[in-house]
Write a protein that binds this ligand. Sequence first.
Ligand code: 13P
Ligand code: SF4
Length: 343
Amino acid sequence: PTEELNKRATHARAVLGNRLFILGHHYQKDEVIQYADVTGDSLQLSQIAGQQTADYILFCGVHFMAETADILTTPQQAVILPDMRAGCSMADMANIDQTERSWSELQQLFGDTIVPLTYVNSTAAIKAFVGRNGGATVTSSNATEMVKWALGKKQRMLFLPDQHLGRNTVAELGIPLENMAIWNPIKQQLERQCEIDDVQVILWKGHCSVHMNFLPKHVETLRTKEPDRNILVHPECTYEVVSAADYAGSTKYIIDMIEASEPGSKWAIGTEMNLVNRLIADFPDRDIVSLNPFMCPCLTMNRIDLPHLTWALEELVEGRVINRIVVDAKTANEAKLALKQMM
Ligand code: 13P
Ligand code: SF4
C-alpha cells in the first residue's frame, strides 16, 4: 500500500541523511517528486548535479539525464536510476554507430563546413561524438544561443536528435525552412528541398513521442471554441503546432509563464502530462488544460515510481548500490567537452 511505502521511503531517506541527494525532473510523478531535494528541467538538473558533494545522487528522471549527472560528478559519487527501464525514445533515435556512419557521409557531401550540436536528450556516446568533433550540447532553454554559436563557427550545423527543437529554433532565427534538410539515419540519406550548396541546417530525423501527440487540429479546435485561451507549448512539438501557438519555450519557460500569469487567465499547455497536472494543482486560480484533451504522459519517465524509489533507498541503507549509471572515462571526458562548451 502507498501509505506503507511512503513510511519506508521516508525512513530510509532520513537514515541516509546528507550522504544522499535526490534530483527530480519536472515530468516525474507527484509520488516521486515529493522526495526530490531539488526539481528542475534538464539544464538545471545537470548543473545542480555537478555541484553536489553527496555520496549518492538518486536521479528521478530518465537514463540520459543520469548519464549526464555521472559525467559531471566525481568517480567516487554514485549516480542511481531507480528503474533501468526509464529510457527515452528520442535519445534512442540516434545510436552511435549510425551517427558515425552518417557523419562520414555528411563529410563527403559538405567537407569541413559542419559543426554538430546535440540536444542533451541524447546518450553519453552521442555527446562524446559531438565533443570530439568541436560541437556542443544544447537544452530547450538555451537552444537559440547555441544555434547562433554553431552557425557563427561553421557554415552548416547538424542538429541531433530532435528535428523539431532544431527546426523551431532555427526558424525563429529567420532561416527559411527550404534551407533545412533532414538526415534520415536509416536510409543514410539527405531529404532536401534546395540545392545541396544552399543547405544550412541538417536536422536528424528524430522526435519526442510525447510532444508529437499535440496536433494542429488541437490548436484549431481551441481557437474556434475558446479564442481567449492562451496556447503555450514545448519546442519539441512540431513546427506547425509551435507556429500556431501563442507561446513556445522550455519546461522552465512554461512554468515561469504560468507563475507570472494573471489569476483567472486561461491556458492550454502542450507538454508532458505530469507537469500539466502539477501546474493545474499548484495554480488553482488559473484555468489550465492540456492542449491534447487525452493528455500525454511520458511512459518511460513514469517508470520511476514509489515502489522503485523505495527499493533504491532501502538498498542504499543496506549498503548496496543498485542501478548505478557509469559512463566510461573516455566517453565522459569527450562528452564533458560538449557540455562545458554549452555551460
Ligand atoms: P527540458 O527539461 O529541457 O525542457 O526537456 C524536456 C524533456 O523532454 C525532458 O525529457
Ligand atoms: Fe524522451 Fe520525450 Fe520522454 Fe523527454 S518527454 S524523456 S524527450 S520521450
